[in-house]
Design a protein around this ligand. Sequence first.
Ligand SMILES: [Zn+2]
Ligand SMILES: [Zn+2]
Length: 149
Amino acid sequence: MANGIDADVLLRRMGGYATRERRRVLELLARSPQPVTAKKLHTTMGQNACDLATIHRTLNHLQKEGMVRSISFDGTSRWFDLVDQGRHHHHMFCTSCNQIEDIPLCRIDDFMDYAASRKGFQISSHVLELFGLCRSCRKKETHRRERVL
Ligand SMILES: [Zn+2]
Ligand SMILES: [Zn+2]
């Protein structure tokens, strides 16, 4: 959920470290409504793209700086999302078509209570992603089953 994030603000925070690649990657991430893979960023950049290795290096750097986080929805690829403190959110990942949708809610009070109150655990962050089938894949799945029967 990057809508509304001002890439300029992030770049200013970077000061002199905002190289052309970092600037470009941050801008694309800010414009993308969903987390994206490095490969997708590379294709989106088009002809004047830097090479994929540079994009990977840039993303790793931005992640180390805490501006970007990566999520491995399928255990092999990594998807990148801007870290925006004001827009904490979760995702639904369709395991059939790889579509990602945001969940702008966070109702995990019971988990927090358990960890903090009962276990005395100091929570610094959390991750929660839902896996399954999106609406259109569910429809396809139903049709497929009906044809088989
Ligand atoms: Zn799907
Ligand atoms: Zn949350």
